[in-house]
Design a protein around this ligand. Structure first.
Ligand code: HAM
Length: 504
């Protein structure tokens, strides 16, 4: 019992010493924080005296922002490098762009899809490719509390494909057209029109490998730009074949670059073995000289890809879209197959600015574990569209409604419709179509949903006869006329219908 009492006394004494020690530490800590507060206040008052410009000038890189934060113990009131605020003065541009995208996507039968900004890092690595700049050096990654390695999306396509499979869209009638828009993140070197947070708007079509859809997405891009008041639009197009047909070509390309290794700047030498096509993206003169003599993908296409590319060029000619074939265009993402393209404009000095780009990604759905599904799409960089709108002092957007819908059935009809479509559009009439939509019934349903006045139908017989059926959606009457008279007939008919609608 006595021993127990002694032991208790000892514990109490020990506890008291511990308490004393804690008190001491707390006192010490209080003193430290007092000192910190004193120091901070002194520095803060110094900073306030500094003009803002001198502070921002010193923000040469990200780590300096971080250092300032630590040094001053206060928030650096500066956006993180490569990120921007959209101020009230610029909101009109954003609003106009949103309106046009919404309108064009409805006209062409696209449904909107929004995916999260954060995805598993592996999703992007698998889709875009481990040996690309985006994955190697530009991806914003972090570990979530769950331990998952996640990333801020550097583009939208991988997420849209993930959602397409995850939500079982594969069973829907093809083609499936999805439109998406939102911020994306790349740890790129900031510069004019190059940010670390920027915005993309993209159109993707799943389930059709007909080259007419490649032409159609390029036409959508063209029409979006025209409705934003942007001119001098040019497409650069190329075909890089399928992953299978590329194998032989890559062997040739690797051998060629190996033979020129000493002439390549050192930073490109590693790419010879990892991703030789990436070397074509190089902008420095030495590299471009070496690339000029390199074998070209277009000369090593498999038979189907060559046919596909030939069809695409024919469709582009029919649509009167201005393009050049750029055999060195490869694009910076590994998922592309066959068609790749970029959309650019030229400034007064003749310098070209890239506003968007895209291509086929026929193997991506399968790569993610879905059924083999051909797909084509493209994205615009919205920030760049706004820059261009400002540069050309683009006029304010006027709301307009398509008044004509063009329906077609069969391959020949599809081809003939393209020219008719271009003729009607060039005469200043806004016309909608759905070249990818199969059944005529579905096309007509869609036409009445759009609320057009006239629907033109080119069926198999009409394609052979060079005629077109014009159906007036208001009066219900229909007439067959020759194709060469179609534009004049449509104009006259629209005038009469407008009068009729007014009278009603
Ligand atoms: P991308 O060419 O990497 O394609 O990006 C599309 C557009 O985003 C570029 O043409 C450019 O206008 C804009 N952009 C790219 N990087 C920056 C940046 N650092 N700052 C500002 N704007 C930038 C893709 O992302 C593909 N996912 C497009 C696609 C959709 N392919 C098939 N479907």
């Amino acid at each position: 019992m006595a021993r127990k009492k002694k032991a208790t006394k000892k514990v109490v004494k020990k506890k008291k010493t511990v308490k004393k020690a804690i008190k001491k530490t707390v006192k010490k800590k209080k003193n430290v924080s007092k000192k910190v507060v004193k120091k901070t206040t002194k520095k803060t008052s110094n900073n306030i005296k500094k003009p803002i410009s001198s502070i921002t000038k010193s923000l040469k890189n990200d780590s300096i922002v971080q250092q300032q934060f630590v040094k001053n113990g206060q928030l650096a009131l500066q956006t993180v490098r490569g990120m921007r605020d959209v101020l009230p003065g610029d909101q009109a541009y954003w609003q106009q762009i949103r309106k046009i995208f919404e309108k064009r996507s409805i006209e062409y039968g696209f449904s909107r899809i929004d995916t999260p900004i954060i995805e598993l890092e592996s999703l992007f690595a698998k889709a875009i490719g481990e040996d690309t700049d985006i994955i190697n050096s530009e991806l914003y990654t972090f570990n979530a509390k769950s331990g998952d390695k996640v990333a801020l999306r550097p583009e939208l396509t991988a997420s849209v494909v993930r959602a397409y499979i995850q939500h079982g869209m594969t069973i829907l009638p093809k083609p499936i057209k999805l439109f998406s828009m939102g911020p994306v993140y790349r740890y790129d070197k900031p510069g004019e029109g190059r940010y670390r947070e920027f915005h993309q708007a993209e159109f993707n079509i799943f389930g059709e490998d007909d080259a007419i859809l490649d032409a159609q997405v390029m036409q959508i891009a063209y029409r979006v730009l025209r409705s934003l008041g942007i001119k001098n639009i040019q497409f650069r197009v190329n075909s890089i074949g399928t992953a299978e047909s590329r194998k032989e070509y890559l062997k040739l390309l690797t051998a060629y670059f190996r033979s020129k290794k000493s002439k390549l700047p050192s930073k490109y030498r590693d790419m010879i073995n990892t991703n030789p096509m990436r070397i074509f993206d190089a902008k420095d003169d030495k590299c471009m000289q070496v690339c000029a003599g390199a074998p070209q993908a277009i000369d090593h296409l498999d038979k189907e890809s060559r046919e596909h590319f030939k069809n695409l060029l024919e469709y582009l000619d029919e649509l009167d879209l201005s393009y050049i074939i750029d055999s060195r265009l490869v694009r910076g993402l590994d998922y592309y197959t066959r068609t790749v393209f970029e959309i650019s404009v030229a400034d007064e000095q003749g310098l070209r600015h890239s506003l968007g780009g895209g291509g086929r990604f026929d193997e991506l759905v399968e790569l993610f574990g879905g059924e083999p599904t051909p797909a084509i799409g493209f994205a615009f960089g919205i920030d760049r569209l706004i820059m261009e709108m400002k540069r050309v002092k683009a006029k304010k957007y006027k709301e307009s409604q398509p008044r004509v819908f063009l329906a077609q059935l069969g391959d020949l009809a599809k081809k003939k419709s393209l020219q008719l479509f271009a003729d009607i559009e060039q005469s200043g009439i806004l016309v909608a179509e759905s070249f990818g939509r199969g059944a005529l019934k579905a096309q007509l349903r869609y036409a009445s949903k759009l609320g057009v006045d006239l629907t033109l139908i080119v069926g198999q017989q009409e394609a052979l006869d060079d005629t077109v059926i014009v159906k007036n959606m208001i009066t219900g009457t229909q007439e067959t006329i020759t194709k060469d008279k179609a534009v004049a007939f449509v104009k006259k008919n629209l005038k009469e219908t407008a009068k009729l609608v007014k009278r009603k």
